[in-house]
Design a protein around this ligand. Structure first.
Ligand SMILES: [Zn+2]
Length: 304
């Protein structure tokens, strides 16, 4: 037993040693981010396609999303260790998508609390079998049920975490990108870590509700933030101007789908005709747009 544990410890340390720290940039005082490029998750990038990072307080560190693979989670953990001697106390998952949660296991340790939207655990339970079942084939990574770590702390409306002289305000949003979107607002630097609530160059991806997402964007638009971090790509300093293309894409989509429904068009006809003029404005349009139309059509078909 003792040797087995030793071997395991050795393997673990070798895994850590073999991995380089994840490149991170300090984008505001004490706010560190690994910036993703826009890619479809595949076997080459192992699903490591999201912005992830951490925020350092006087007492401890909060991780915001852990990456698309267990290895990326370890690489992030190494980056944190190289940046600060303070321990990780919170791991915040902004939502259920694998590119944001598959690194969780790298942070599972005594004293670390996982934090998420109150609907995150349910979403993990219902999505996990599907995600896990295809991870090896589509992402070339090995994950199992142990990698799906639900939150210890569930955010119902909002929650404040204190990292020592640094407060993070977490907000559980109504259904938008998904039904379990959580944003992180760092009061110290006036930074909103919006994750996939906000899409800038990467086409918005609807996995929740187009109507409710638009309503949430209307609310967020009224707030002032010095810095906004999207789930993918470059953070922005010109909020809310930077969010207008996303709003336009979603509202045009809703408008055109409503018109198609009114004209008696089928889902297939709508998929082939709606919103195609937006194609040149967005990266990964071909991968996500038709799916967006399908999901939004199903939602808007049943509205009064
Ligand atoms: Zn997402």
């Amino acid at each position: 037993m003792k040797y087995a544990l030793l071997a395991l410890a050795l393997l673990f340390s070798q895994t850590s040693l073999a991995l380089a720290p994840l490149p991170v940039t300090q984008i505001a005082p004490g706010v560190y981010m690994h910036q993703s490029t826009h890619h479809w998750p595949d076997r080459d990038n192992h699903g490591e396609i999201a912005n992830i990072g951490f925020i350092v307080g006087d007492k401890c560190v909060a991780v915001v999303d852990t990456g698309g693979s267990p290895q990326q989670g370890i690489a992030l953990r190494i980056a944190i260790k190289q940046t600060t001697s303070k321990p990780v106390c919170y791991v915040i998952n902004t939502h259920v998508h694998p590119d944001h949660i598959y690194g969780n296991i790298a942070f599972k340790a005594p004293g670390v609390k996982f934090v998420g939207h109150h609907k995150l655990a349910r979403a993990m339970a219902s999505r996990a079998p599907h995600y896990l079942g295809r991870a090896e084939e589509t992402l070339d990574i090995r994950v199992n049920q142990d990698h799906i770590i639900p939150p210890d702390l569930e955010v119902k409306d909002s929650m404040t975490l204190n990292l020592g002289n640094r407060e993070l305000l977490l907000t559980a949003h109504p259904t938008a990108h998904t039904d379990n979107d959580l944003s992180v607002y760092d009061k110290t630097t006036d930074t909103l870590w919006a994750a996939d609530l906000v899409f800038l160059e990467h086409i918005p991806v609807i996995d929740g509700s187009i109507k409710s997402w638009l309503a949430e964007l209307d609310r967020l638009e009224k707030n002032h933030y010095k810095l906004v971090i999207p789930g993918h790509g470059t953070p922005v300093t010109d909020w809310p101007a930077s969010m207008q293309p996303q709003k336009a894409y979603l509202s045009d989509l809703a408008k055109e789908i409503r018109a198609a429904i009114k004209q008696g068009k089928t889902l297939e006809q709508a998929v082939d005709s709606v919103g195609l003029s937006a194609k040149d404005h967005w990266q990964l349009f071909d991968q996500f747009h038709r799916k967006n139309v399908t999901i939004a059509f199903a939602e808007l078909e049943w509205e009064d």
